[in-house]
Ligand binder design. Structure first.
Ligand SMILES: Nc1nc2c(ncn2[C@@H]2O[C@H](COP(=O)(O)OP(=O)(O)O)[C@@H](O)[C@H]2O)c(=O)[nH]1
Ligand SMILES: [Mg+2]
Length: 326
């Protein structure tokens, strides 16, 4: 997608701010595609510090993230808050099963003008997931949502980082299959501000709580003032959602008073910038590659005339001597 000129970008962002869904969708597509018009769009978003509370929800596939999210959205809507949901699923490059399932699950919110649901299945181009997600969050905050929920599958490092860059991160586990232990092993439990044992209607919920409590006690030093709560939930019925929402409120308050909120936002901006740098470098490298520079360097290394580090240094120098962002 391309937006013609800066005026087009301004009009599009303004329309999105005024609640136009199609415009918002176009802006988010530009983010997802790493479109050339993105600069103009982001510049026009204006002040980036908004009051939207960003809630990250992560956990292994099937643990109940989308079911939980649907319930959380209902609880937030009952308080009349405007909610956006960003479902990031890098395992579905096309609009595949998982995302389709989410659509069905979230059907009850589909007609509500106070709810916006968006799936980001692709890794995008400009810096991939790590760049696209913070930019999408930036857009959704700027157009006036009170709460933005980002649902990511907690499998890869970058998904975990995306969740960790939220204001409040919830890690979901389910009883059985040692899911709690898996979460601990994968280091996912450590990033949780609130831990949720979903599917508490199943056997083993208390064991999962114990596993998680044990893990927290080991990692105690990392979270200064915040005592990570563990809550049992049955997402299919909505049981326990209110208690989790209260915990989210408490965490939000703690973030503001402790200064942690600011620290997290800087962290998020950092990964956003790094993502863009990587994306631009990749782009420039591809240009150089097609312009024979990479092939020449590779031929020299293969023939023993150069070594890969020297060749890499030369390429890096060539990258940075170009016009930034060209
Ligand atoms: N028994 C039970 N099943 C649940 C619960 N929450 C979700 N599920 C089911 O678990 C499956 C996966 O849920 P989903 O929300 O798509 O998980 P996600 O992949 O983490 O987003 C679905 O069949 C849900 O109906 C729960 O609290 N109890
Ligand atoms: Mg899901």
């Amino acid at each position: 997608m391309d937006v013609e000129g800066l005026e087009g970008a301004e009009a599009l962002v303004d329309a999105a701010r005024n609640g136009n869904r199609r415009s918002l969708a176009r802006v988010l597509s530009a983010v997802e595609d790493g479109s050339g018009s993105l600069r103009g769009l982001l510049a026009h978003l204006g002040p980036t510090e908004t009051d939207a509370h960003i809630i990250g929800i992560t956990g292994s596939p099937g643990v109940g993230k989308s079911s939980f999210t649907t319930q959380l959205v209902s609880a937030l809507r009952a308080r009349n808050q405007r909610v956006a949901v960003l479902a990031v699923d890098p395992s579905s490059p096309f609009s595949g099963g998982a995302i389709l399932g989410d659509r069905v699950r979230m059907q009850e919110h589909a007609m509500d003008p106070g709810v916006y649901i968006r799936s980001m299945a692709s890794r995008g181009h400009l810096g991939g997931l790590s760049a696209a997600t913070p930019q999408a969050l930036r857009v959704l905050s700027a157009v006036g949502f009170d709460v933005v929920i980002v649902e990511t599958v907690g499998v890869g490092q970058s998904e975990v980082e995306v969740a960790a860059a939220a204001d409040t991160t919830l890690v979901l586990v389910a009883p059985g299959m040692g899911d709690g232990i898996q979460a601990v092993k994968a280091g996912i439990a450590e990033i949780g501000d609130i831990l949720v044992v979903n599917k508490a209607d199943r056997d083993g919920a208390d064991t999962a709580v114990r596993d998680l409590r044990h893990a927290i006690s080991l990692a105690e030093a990392s979270q200064q003032d915040w005592a990570v709560p563990i809550h049992k939930v049955i997402s299919t019925r909505g049981d326990g959602i209110d208690v989790v929402l209260q915990a989210i409120d408490s965490h939000r308050e703690w973030l503001a008073t402790s200064g942690e909120r600011q620290r997290r936002r800087v962290h998020r901006a950092k990964s956003e910038i790094v993502g863009i740098v990587m994306g631009l470098a990749r782009q420039r490298l591809d240009e150089l590659g097609s312009g024979q520079a990479l092939t020449q360097a590779a031929t020299a290394v293969a023939g023993g005339a150069s070594d890969p580090f020297t060749a890499a240094d030369e390429l890096l120098a060539a990258l940075t001597s170009g016009t930034p962002g060209a």
